[in-house]
Design a protein around this ligand. Structure first.
Ligand code: NAP
Length: 314
């Protein structure tokens, strides 16, 4: 089968760190173009925006959108309207409704839409899902605490409405939880801490339950210096499952049972090729629904202003 002719849109941190290397390693794709206002990719045709790329490369098959969520719907809509398969970085959009709109459009046009959740491709996630399938789950505790200055320097969009603030990493935890737990969960309460000079939260505490009344908590914080925490602890009748390192390691009652090398984006591109080849889509909005609910039910507090040293140095 001929490789899928792919264009990438938004050449920023994640495009460079993960998408370009994974595309280069996957023979099912041929990267033919890049669209970015201020950056370019060596060895392919570069364009200032998606519309210019679509005009100049009519035989493009698919696009990967690596732009911030606030501008993703318009680009995805344009690409689908022009007959291209679309891969969306996470979160798939700035609102739930706009993602559902894309899902209908893709179905109508018989195109593949892939709303990716990279953390679901972390190496221990499927093992955790299988282990939990027949367990009685007593409690779930998520701790997702990282240093925003280290991971998001100078990213102004992340603090704007639709940028999600601390939910930008927090939604990765929710994408794992919604994959590994055997039942649907729903939010029952949240508290959100907004820096006085920002439109998005720097910390959030969430409480969820499910049909059996299971206690599920999540603590997200962007003010964590020193060791970073991306952990999910689940107490069950079979023992205590700990998923750490963002889904990369799994331990049962303290004994490591899975610790494979990280290859999230290789997994994403394998799945995208499969979807395109089978004429299928993969769109699960549940992590975004939980974030929307957290904003809807959230009790808000205002905390100390946040100043991004990297942005100040621009
Ligand atoms: P980024 O470094 O800011 O890159 C995004 C790129 O999109 C920019 O370089 C920019 O390139 C382009 N862009 C187009 N319209 C824009 C606008 N209105 N404002 C800002 N940039 C715009 O961000 P990123 O970290 O790569 O994140 C992009 C997406 O990937 C986000 O949804 C994020 O959640 C997700 N993601 C990020 C990471 C990570 O580790 N950083 C990990 C997983 C997923 P031009 O200026 O050249 O057009």
């Amino acid at each position: 089968m001929a490789p899928i002719r792919l264009g990438i849109v938004g050449v920023g941190k994640i495009a460079r760190d993960q998408h370009l290397p994974s595309i280069a390693r996957n023979a099912d794709f041929e990267l033919v173009g890049a669209a970015s206002r201020s950056a370019s990719v060596e060895g392919v045709a570069n364009f200032p925006d998606l519309a210019a790329m679509l005009d100049a490369v009519p035989d493009l098959d698919a696009v990967a959108l690596c732009v911030p969520p606030q501008v993703r719907h318009a680009l995805a809509h344009l690409a689908l309207t022009r007959g291209k398969h679309v891969l969306l970085e996470k979160p798939p959009g700035a609102t739930v409704a706009e993602v559902l709109d894309l899902q209908s459009l893709a179905a109508e046009r018989k195109l593949s839409l892939f709303a990716t959740w990279h953390s679901r491709f972390a190496p221990a996630v499927e093992a955790a899902r299988a282990w939990l399938a027949d367990a009685r789950i007593d409690t779930v505790a998520v701790t997702w605490k990282e240093d925003v200055r280290r991971w998001h320097p100078g990213q102004d969009w992340i603090w704007e409405p639709g940028g999600l603030g601390v939910f930008d990493p927090g939604i990765n935890a929710l994408s794992i939880v919604t994959r590994i737990l055997p039942r649907a969960i729903f939010l029952t309460g949240s508290t959100l801490a907004f820096p006085e000079n920002k439109a998005a939260p720097i910390a959030a505490d969430l409480i969820f339950s499910d049909a059996l009344g299971t206690s599920i908590t999540a603590a997200f914080d962007w003010r964590q210096t020193g060791p970073q925490s991306w952990d999910i602890e689940i107490a069950t009748d079979k023992g205590r499952l700990a998923l750490s390192g963002g889904g990369s390691r799994m331990a049962i009652d303290g004994s490591l049972v899975s610790d494979a090398p990280e290859a999230e984006y290789d997994g994403i591109y394998r799945r995208f090729a499969e979807l395109v080849q089978n004429g299928a889509s993969d769109v699960d909005v549940s992590p975004l629904v939980h974030v929307a609910d957290a904003f809807m039910l959230g009790r808000r507090s205002v905390v100390e202003a946040f100043h991004d040293d990297a942005a100040a140095g621009h």
